[in-house]
Design a protein around this ligand. Structure first.
Ligand code: ZN
Length: 57
């Protein structure tokens, strides 16, 4: 069993093409809000808004 802790794995999903481009970790205790960042999407081939998703593919 994996160690349980406040740090959860999250994915960043492109809001344009819905592809999961980045995987990150965050402390859900300190950062309860959903993150949204501008990141490069290689499918769109430009910077697009990426939304946090807890579903990892
Ligand atoms: Zn995209």
């Amino acid at each position: 069993m994996a160690k349980k802790g406040p740090r959860g794995l999250i994915a960043f999903v492109c809001t344009i093409c819905k592809s999961q481009n980045y995987i990150n970790q965050k402390n859900k205790t300190n950062v309860p809000d959903k993150l949204a960042l501008m990141k490069y999407c290689r499918h769109c081939r430009k910077h697009t808004p990426h939304k946090e998703s807890t579903k990892l593919k």
